[in-house]
Design a protein around this ligand. Structure first.
Ligand code: ADP
Ligand code: ZN
Length: 630
């Protein structure tokens, strides 16, 4: 639906981008989205995290408000983040507000009055508020006055049970469409699998909306998946080697694990804080604030953390336990490097992860059909973890996108491209493992777990082997030439392939399945990556004042670094005064560009990315003063 009453030109949108946000160019499909929505079209926007979704509704909102259409309502699931989102807009000179339970009734009343006068450009609210009657009555009044310019539904995958953050309140949002016909609506998400996408369109009744699908590639993120041994020590080495003093997120499966890992890291001198739904809300909020407002915090968290966090300088996201599916993995890793600077996605993955995830699906109370879908999604993630080819190519293929000219494309920025793994044929080992499982079952009618099966194959006369007479099995010692690590790898892949089942009701014992036969008959090959030990430290460890050494996002000479450090110190003060995260004032990249240019006059500051008109007005003098200090 294109409203013809308000033709907003391409130039208007472009000049808002420059003037308000200080950016010279739209990215990817932003321009098309902004122009269409500004002129009244409905849209579904699928863009990876960090792709730049916010501008897709903020610019149309500004353009439409200037044209007299009133306020854009942004539906956002996270009350805790609204303060900073609105603060960032204020810094850019945009009149924005939120309505949520943290406001007094007096404050809320004032915002309502300003809304009715058409003064506010963007209003943030959570879905449960949007669908309550009192709020709908406010929208009625705005609608009658022609002051509802746009509905932007952020994190729209929350409407779908196939997404990973299902929120039933999102289902109620169809009221917007029914009650306020003609107001343009857009749904935005970073989740792109076909099932979730179809669900969003149907649930939000956006079937006629224009769909804008961006490339999901995040070229600045380096994907690495390592074999899990002592995961926490591996992580600790990874942080020491690559990310000393950097902000990062570490995802763990359980609350208990979050607390243990946070403590271990803290003892090793990492500024690590725990976050999970079991902590009381004050502590959660405090840790989140410290992550956003201070430098170099490593948040150790369950997946309860991260949605809506738009901190641009998260330098790594680590998974100590495997997530449930590729959508979750991609969304979580996507929180690294939103500023476009180099960032890392690191995951440790092992046999236990496969077993745990399969068990969680098996034991969930969901229906069989649902479980089937979940198993399929898990398998795709296992395939990624076991793959010996380009991780990025696989990830994007999962989202239906082909990178480069062929499926064998190599990105050059993932572990498999940078250090192509040796591949060995594990088919023989696999058959020995499978026949052992079969013989144990045959001889005693009992099943055993992975440890016992591997001991038998390797011919180890442990107490348990002797006790059950397993040394007498014909397969005893047939795989003495394989290491335990190799066999574990084979077993992991057999489980991942579904050629071995783990019975979680019976001490995780191993069972054969339909697919076992194909491997036993030699119809199916089992190819594995050769286990490689962790590469030796690449970076010299910083010494002395090292951990406090300033790392700039672009190359700066000595004086440039001094300017950069001074600018960061100044920014920290301003941010504190305004009670906002530092990156809301200026991004690191903006400060680094200033430090490099060494501006003397106001003119010298023009054209630096991230310097909008309002920010120049507010901060140019201070920036010049800080940079001028010798
Ligand atoms: P998303 O919501 O899609 O995860 P954001 O809207 O937070 O992404 O944008 C990610 C980062 O990219 C932000 O820091 C934003 O300021 C920046 N950005 C977005 N669009 C542009 C652009 N056209 N030019 C430069 N930077 C941009
Ligand atoms: Zn690659």
């Amino acid at each position: 639906m294109i409203a013809t009453d308000s033709s907003i030109s391409s130039q208007t949108c472009q000049s808002i981008l420059q003037e308000v946000f200080g950016y010279a160019q739209f990215r990817g499909p932003q321009q098309a989205i902004v122009e269409q929505v500004a002129n009244g079209a409905d849209a579904l926007v699928l863009m990876p995290t960090g792709g730049g979704k916010s501008l897709c509704y903020q610019i149309p909102a500004i353009a439409r408000q200037r044209a007299g259409h009133g306020v854009a309502l942004v539906v956002s699931p996270l009350i805790a983040l609204m303060h900073d989102q609105v603060g960032a807009l204020h810094e850019a000179g945009v009149d924005a507000a939120f309505l949520n339970s943290t406001l007094s009734s007096e404050e809320a009343h004032q915002i309502e009055q300003r809304l009715l006068r058409g003064e506010i450009t963007l209003l943030y609210a959570a879905p449960e508020r949007v669908t309550n009657l009192r709020f709908l009555a406010l929208l009625d009044s705005l609608f009658e006055r022609g002051l509802l310019s746009l509905f932007a539904i952020d994190e729209a995958h929350c409407v779908s049970q196939w997404g990973h953050d299902f929120r039933p309140e999102y289902r109620g949002l169809t009221v917007l469409h029914e009650r306020f016909p003609g107001v343009p609506r857009m749904a935005l998400t970073a989740t792109a699998d076909a099932l979730t996408r179809a669900d969003i369109l149907e649930r939000l009744q956006l079937e006629d909306a224009q769909q804008f699908v961006s490339s999901f590639d995040r070229p600045n993120i380096r994907y690495t998946i390592v074999e899990k041994r002592e995961a926490v020590q591996q992580l600790q080495r990874f942080i020491e080697r690559e990310h000393e003093g950097d902000a990062g997120i570490v995802y763990c499966q359980s609350r208990k694990r979050v607390e243990d890992v946070a403590e271990t890291l803290a003892q090793a001198g990492v500024y690590a804080l725990p976050y999970h739904a079991g902590l009381d809300s004050r502590m959660r909020q405090d840790h989140q604030n410290r992550f956003l407002r201070e430098e170099g915090v490593v948040m150790v968290a369950t997946i309860a953390f991260g949605m809506g966090i738009d901190k641009p300088d998260v330098r790594f996201v680590a998974h100590l336990d495997m997530p449930k599916n590729i959508e979750g993995y991609y969304q979580e890793t996507g929180r690294a490097g939103r500023d476009g600077l180099p960032a890392y996605a690191w995951m440790a993955y092992g046999l236990q992860d496969v077993v745990n995830q399969r068990r969680m699906i098996d034991e969930s109370p969901a229906g069989e059909e649902f479980k089937q879908v979940m198993r399929g999604k898990l398998d795709a993630l296992l395939g990624l973890a076991e793959s010996t080819d380009c991780r990025r190519t696989r990830l994007l293929a999962y989202f239906g996108e082909q990178l480069g000219s062929s499926p064998q494309y190599r990105c050059g920025n993932c572990d498999n491209c940078l250090n192509p793994p040796e591949v060995w044929d594990g088919t023989d080992a696999a058959r020995k493992l499978l026949s052992t499982i079969y013989r144990i079952q045959q001889s005693s009618g009992m099943s055993f777990g992975a440890g016992q099966v591997m001991d038998i194959v390797r011919g180890k006369t442990t107490e348990k082997v002797t006790q059950h007479g397993h040394a007498a099995l014909s397969t005893f010692g047939v795989g003495a030439n394989f290491s335990e690590i190799q066999l574990r790898g084979v077993l992991r892949q057999l489980i991942a392939m579904g050629a071995v089942a783990v019975d979680s009701q019976a001490f995780n014992t191993l069972q054969l399945t339909e697919q076992s036969r194909a491997v036993l008959k030699g119809d199916m090959q089992v190819l594995l990556r050769e286990s490689v030990s962790a590469p030796a430290s690449r970076k010299p460890k910083r010494t002395g004042a090292g951990s406090a050494a300033i790392k700039a996002p672009i190359a700066l000479d000595g004086e440039g670094l001094v300017r950069y450090a001074a600018l960061k110190a100044w920014r920290a003060e301003v941010a504190k005064e305004h009670n906002l995260p530092a990156y809301v004032i200026f991004h690191d990249a903006t400060l680094a560009a200033v430090a490099k240019r060494a501006p003397q006059t106001l003119d010298d500051l023009q054209g630096i990315s991230g310097m909008g008109v309002k920010k120049l007005e507010a901060y140019a003098q201070a920036v010049l003063r800080v940079v001028g200090l010798k």
